[in-house]
Design a protein around this ligand. Structure first.
Ligand code: ZN
Ligand code: ZN
Ligand code: FE
Length: 778
């Protein structure tokens, strides 16, 4: 018999054709295999039993990086062939294949890298069909060398022979290279002048050991590296990079070195050594020996292991000089701009920061930041989804039209859908400057082109001022579908976890810093503590945190003391106890003025944000009156929590006409009184966390009963708080509810684009493009 099969999924660039070739050989089957725009096309000829055995093993033994989504088979006329061959790619069909993410160097390649007898000994660009660069070097598909940034290198006879030998591990490995024919590293000064050295990597390691800053061109962009144990070097990097307090990621040589820095759970270790190689957030271990400036005031270090051969060699050379040493490896950018990916851009933007540049001539086509993950409740949770994950799709429960979702403002990602696939872009950043906006536009263009997607609708946030909103409004043609931010959060988790919205509503707790909420009087209000019921035709706002005022509006994000005042104003009104406002040194005589502004409702918008509630509490208990970045005060409030303290403040749930509110006034009264008496921040933090969690569980149960569901979706940036997430999930389970929690998609705003995309598809399905713009009446 002869069978033709179309295999779809991640089947190109992952060693699939050589695998098929060898498997066909084992079963003595003739025929051919080829890449085409939809996946892999396979024809097999032989006896029926052999064909069936082949397909069973195809699934069971697939290459490590392959992901088979479906196999479509049909029987065709036999041709009497006796050989199996690999046929040339066919690019003419619709380009429907999936591209593999970039992958950490594999064990086989590492063994060769460190074998003095191997022809690739010490070669920083070693790779094979099971590992190496993919997404970041692909300019178009089908995935073949001419459409990658490796097109500039012609393989030497030895590499070409591997590439053409179906039995070789490098058969059709598109980035295949060796020291004779492939990319090379070089060391330069900040002006781009070559630094003479036979061993650029060793020279870079030497400079790092001396406390210098080295810009390192990696896989998806540049890093800035310094010795993580050197207080002066790390301080100098921070000053030059204009990064005051955000934690810096560190890279260590191996798992043992990581264990000496941080306390790792088993899932943390699995994450660290996984082929994605994310930055893993884990609690600092006492006596870690790193500079205080790496993660000032924080509870965690972000740690990663080397993932490219270049990183392995650099860490090996560095740790020869500093046994067990660690390198700060932070993105090569200034402040909040996107990371540099070209040599020119790196030299011009990072020139004033780095003392040396470790460059190479394999171009990076698509930017990929390091991914960030942590484990909570025994499972890995992705916080920043980029390198190693992109462009792996989230599979939706059904086919539908292609849509583009442009994401929110902070931690922006975009999302494109194609049939049942949703492709979330890598982390783009905060859309607050021109450089990031350009990266945002380039990402949309790149994804649309490699995925061949022409969106039939565009999903966007309700906020009129977001740059992503303004970008979407300029697109001509496809209809715009506006999606309320917190509904998008809940839909994001629904999409990721495959929740069945056809069966009915789910309850969603969307807790975050800021999102635009629709308002009856036209002006937007700031939401962020929302209890929603969401189904496939829209959402209802069942409950929310009692709104309080933010004196100075968005200034309160970086000045939590203002939020602290807002909370006192909510709890005590105009008559707030004077002695309690001593918590802020920054208020400097403005307290009375701000109080009057809040009384009159001027310059002090109302918010129901739980993220801001955390900020305000951090200020009230004297932890943080000024934040260097959004969410810092909340993070430090969690870090301060005293695990031995078992008390809880109370939050009242009050029924109103338009649903119920979580009224935090009793909580604020007690927290303020205890802070005024000088109670430790760790005690106040514990009582606050536990009290809030208890109230949220009660509210969720009430909402679930109203909505007729057992499923409670938790989404929003507040759920990066591991204590809150763990405690609340436990409380929900005790109440017989099922908590649905993000895993591969960030719970923060990095996941919002996926929710927008699902919202747009549901809106098109229902024929109502407005259904996500405001809640339905109760
Ligand atoms: Zn390999
Ligand atoms: Zn070669
Ligand atoms: Fe959000």
């Amino acid at each position: 018999m002869r069978v033709r099969a179309l295999i779809q999924g991640i089947v190109q660039g992952v060693g699939f054709r050589p695998f098929v070739y060898n498997l066909a050989g084992e079963h003595r089957l003739a025929g051919q295999v080829a890449n085409d725009g939809r996946g892999v096309i396979l024809e097999l000829e032989g006896d029926e039993a052999a064909v069936e055995a082949f397909f069973a093993e195809l699934i069971a033994r697939k290459p490590p990086l392959a992901h088979i989504v479906c196999v479509e088979r049909e029987e065709i006329e036999p041709r009497g062939e006796t050989e199996f061959r690999i046929a040339p790619s066919r690019g003419e069909a619709r380009k429907r294949t999936l591209i593999s993410p970039d992958t950490c160097v594999c064990e086989d390649c590492l063994a060769e890298l460190t074998d003095p007898a191997d022809r690739r000994f010490g070669y920083p660009f070693i790779n094979c069909t099971n590992c190496g660069p993919r997404y970041t070097i692909i300019k178009g598909i089908p995935y073949d060398r001419p459409l990658t940034t490796m097109a500039a290198f012609t393989m030497c006879p030895a590499c070409q022979a591997e590439y053409e030998n179906p039995a070789d591990r490098r058969f059709h490995a598109q980035p295949n290279a060796c020291p004779a024919c492939g990319p090379q590293v070089r060391l330069t000064d900040p002006a781009g002048n070559a630094v003479e050295t036979a061993e650029p990597i060793a020279a870079a390691a030497e400079a790092l050991a001396e406390g210098k800053i080295v810009a390192v061109k990696g896989l998806g962009g540049f890093h800035l590296a310094v010795d993580a144990a050197s207080e002066t070097a790390v301080d100098r990097l921070r000053r030059k990079k204009h990064r005051e307090e955000k934690p810096l990621a560190v890279m260590v040589g191996d798992l043992d070195a990581a264990r000496r820095l941080v306390v790792l759970s088993r899932p943390d270790e699995e994450l660290l050594v996984s082929s994605v190689r994310p930055i893993v957030l884990a609690p600092k271990r006492p006596g870690h020996g790193l500079a205080e400036a790496v993660s000032p005031g924080g509870k965690y270090f972000g740690v990663m292991l080397p993932y490219t051969p270049l990183h392995f060699l650099l860490l090996a050379a560095f740790t020869r000089r500093r046994a067990g040493g660690a390198l700060v490896m932070t993105s090569g950018n200034i402040s909040e701009e996107p990371m540099a990916i070209t040599d020119e851009d790196a030299l011009s933007r990072l020139g004033p920061i780095a003392d040396l540049f470790l460059l190479h001539d394999r171009d990076i086509f698509a930017r990929a930041d390091d991914s960030v993950a942590m484990s909570v409740l025994g499972l890995p949770r992705v916080i920043r989804r980029a390198r190693g994950y992109v462009p792996r799709p989230v599979f939706l429960d059904r086919d539908g039209p292609s849509v583009l979702a442009v994401g929110p403002e902070l931690k922006n990602t975009v999302c494109l859908t194609r049939d049942n696939e949703a492709f979330i872009s890598g982390h783009i950043g905060d859309l607050e400057n021109l450089e990031t906006l350009k990266a945002f536009e380039a990402t949309i263009d790149h994804l649309e082109s490699i995925l061949e997607i022409e969106p039939e609708a565009v999903a966007l946030d309700l906020h009129p001022d977001y740059l992503s909103t303004q970008y979407a409004e300029k697109i001509e043609g496809p209809p715009l579908i506006r999606v309320q931010h917190h509904a998008a959060h809940i839909l994001s988790a629904a999409a990721e976890l495959g929740l069945d919205l056809d069966k009915g509503a789910v309850v969603g707790l969307a807790l975050d810093g800021t999102g635009y909420g629709p308002s009856v009087d036209g002006g937007g209000t700031i939401w962020g503590g929302e209890i929603l019921a969401v189904n496939k035709t829209g959402f209802t706002r069942l409950g929310h945190l009692s709104p309080f005022r933010l004196p100075g509006g968005s200034q309160a994000i970086k000045e939590p003391w203002r939020t602290g005042l807002g909370l006192l104003h909510l709890a005590f009104g105009e008559e707030w106890p004077e002695h309690l406002v001593g918590f802020t040194r920054r208020a400097e005589g403005r307290i009375e003025l701000l109080g009057q502004m809040m009384d009159r409702g001027v310059g002090s918008p109302l918010t129901s944000s739980v993220g801001r509630l955390f900020d305000g509490l951090a200020a009230l208990c004297g932890l943080k009156d000024r934040a260097a970045y959004e969410g810092q005060a909340a993070i430090e409030l969690e870090a301060a929590l005293d695990p031995a303290e078992q008390g809880a403040y109370s939050v009242e749930i009050v029924t109103q006409e338009d649903g119920f509110v979580l009224d935090p006034r009793p909580l604020i009264h007690r927290a303020a009184a205890e802070a005024g008496r000088g109670a430790p921040a760790g005690v106040i933090s514990a009582r606050f966390h536990r009290g809030l969690s208890r109230a949220l569980a009660e509210a969720a149960q009430r909402a679930a009963a109203e909505a007729g569901t057992k499923t409670v979706v938790l989404s929003g940036g507040c759920f990066m708080n591991a204590w809150l997430l763990t405690d609340l999930v436990g409380r929900l389970e005790v109440r017989g509810l099922e908590a649905a929690v993000h895993r591969d998609v960030p719970t923060n705003d990095g996941g919002v684009s996926l929710g927008q995309a699902l919202a747009a598809r549901l809106a098109l399905e229902a024929g109502d493009l407005e259904m996500w713009t405001r809640p339905k009446d109760l």
